[in-house]
Design a protein around this ligand. Structure first.
Ligand code: TRP
Ligand code: ZN
Length: 485
């Protein structure tokens, strides 16, 4: 029996309340960082912008204007990191293989803090300039459109988290025995230079060296470890494309468990010993949860799986880091179900704009409802009804799921719970058979790719043969409590 509270966001809300001053300061940073690149684009929006040979400073996300960069696509990140939890010092080298999508005399990466010591593009030294989170790189030779190029960034320093518009922390978050590393929505840039937006997905390799006795856990398949001179190097390989925010390199004092699940899936769990007793009965369920989700959503999208259970009391949430979620404490079963469902919805099928975050959170929340329904708990209808009873002025109805309004609201109840309610309304309208066909088709058609809200509506209409405009209009686009449950 699991204990999902009706409408309960499956994460503990961040401990720190949103600080208006932090939001204002962020606004100022954005304004200061934008003018040159974006004003230039806006001024020439009629077309000449496309002729610019300077890659833009953002991919055009309205909530995070500087997130990601224009002008190239990253195929692969090869990250070599060394971290000492005692001094909190990080040494990094990132080898980034990318293709130019336009001619480029200059392009940006996102990197916040840390000191860059050298950058090469191809075999030649590049020049660079820092401007807030923008790392502007000028290669010696301009890059041709479609040219594949390799950028090597050497850097070091003391990484720390970013404070998000909602006041929560993400990125490199030091703990008492290492670091909890979770990058949604912005924090990847606190520990490696990235094209830091889910629009761009890439394969990854990680080589992480930590003091002997500590463990460094990243995404994908474990490729072995080696100890020499009091330090241990861990290697990880993430073959399927991954958004930068889903990368992790969590370091700590961990008990490691490795096994092959029925079906051949490689499982690697790393658990803080202080959380081990509480985590064990839940982690034991991981193979059966993934199996249950595979039956509903289609084959599990990755070669590896697992969990990182840390003790990170200042974090306040778990994250669906690809193939191996990170938990800030021993998770309960509904949280495990939620982060596992994200492997399909969010990780394999990614959003192209943060505004569409309900495609991740509404779906992962609905997976919790379904799990409960199919394991002897409340039906999804009962969960829906309990939520619908919330008074019209409650937080649940504060904004529509597909239009949170800003980055400050992307992890709030309307996205999670009302997003799940919208899916339940869809299920009611099209019937169970078609509904489950839609969920599976969504995960299959967009596997290892992206999906947008408009595409989800179109797919639902095509699969059902129904006009669903009004349903989606009411449940995901319109503010306030819908008049009819
Ligand atoms: N995506 C995470 C989940 O629901 C939650 C999350 C990530 C989050 N970053 C956050 C919640 C920042 C609050 C604040 O599984
Ligand atoms: Zn989630």
């Amino acid at each position: 029996m699991i204990t999902t509270e009706p409408g309960g966001v499956p994460v503990t809300p961040p401990q720190q309340p949103a600080q208006p001053s932090a939001v204002r300061r962020r606004g100022a940073v954005v304004a200061a960082g934008l003018p040159l690149a974006v004003v230039g684009l806006l001024a020439t929006a009629a077309g000449p912008a496309a002729a610019s040979t300077v890659g833009s400073a953002g991919v055009g996300d309205p909530y995070f204007p500087l997130a990601g960069n224009g002008g190239y696509h990253v195929h692969h990140y090869d990250l070599t990191l060394g971290y000492d939890p005692k001094t909190r010092h990080l040494d990094g080298r990132a080898v980034i293989t990318a293709s130019a999508t336009q001619r480029l005399t200059r392009f940006n990466l996102d990197l916040k803090g840390l000191k860059v010591t050298s950058i090469t593009v191809g075999h030649a030294k590049a020049t660079f300039r820092r401007a807030g989170q923008e790392l502007e790189v000028t290669p010696k030779q301009p890059l041709r459109k479609d040219q594949e190029f390799r950028t090597t960034v050497t850097y070091s320093g003391t990484p720390g988290p970013v404070t998000d518009p909602d006041g929560s922390l993400d990125g490199w978050i030091p703990t008492d025995d290492g670091a909890f590393v979770a990058g949604e929505p912005q924090g990847a840039m606190t520990w490696f230079p990235a094209n830091n937006h889910p629009k761009d997905k890439s394969a990854y390799d990680f080589t992480i060296t930590v003091p002997q006795g500590r463990t460094a856990v990243a995404n994908g398949v474990f490729r072995g470890q080696k100890t020499a001179k009091g330090r241990t190097t861990f290697r990880w390989h993430q073959p399927e494309p991954m958004a930068a925010y889903l990368a992790t390199a969590t370091v700590g004092n961990f008990k490691v468990e490795q096994y092959t699940a029925p079906g051949g899936l490689k499982v690697y769990n790393a658990v803080d010993p202080r959380e081990a007793a509480a985590a064990a009965p839940v982690l034991k369920q991981l193979p059966s949860v993934l199996e249950w989700e595979s039956e509903l959503f289609g084959p599990y999208p990755f070669k590896a799986a697992g969990a990182i259970v840390d003790r990170a009391p200042n974090v306040g949430y778990a994250l669906e880091t690809q193939s191996r979620p990170v938990y800030d404490r021993a998770p309960d079963l509904s949280t495990l179900v939620h982060e596992s469902a994200h492997q399909w919805f969010g990780d394999s099928v990614s959003i192209t704009t943060w505004k569409d975050i309900w495609l991740n959170e509404g779906f992962a929340t609905y997976a919790e409802w379904l799990y409960e329904e199919q394991h002897g708990g409340k039906s999804a209808q009962q969960t829906f009804d309990a939520l619908y009873a919330s008074p019209a002025d409650s937080e649940l109805w504060a904004f529509p799921p597909a239009d949170p309004g800003s980055g400050a609201h992307i992890f709030e109840e309307p996205v999670y719970a009302r997003g799940a309610m919208a899916l339940h309304k869809l299920r009611q309208a099209v019937g169970d058979r078609t509904f489950f066909r839609i969920l599976r088709a969504w995960a299959t058609v967009n596997r290892e790719g992206h999906g947008t809200t408009a595409q989800f509506i179109r797919l639902s209409e095509r699969q059902s043969g129904m006009d669903l405009d009004e349903l989606f209009h009411t449940w995901i686009f319109t503010a306030g409590k819908p008049a009819q449950p």
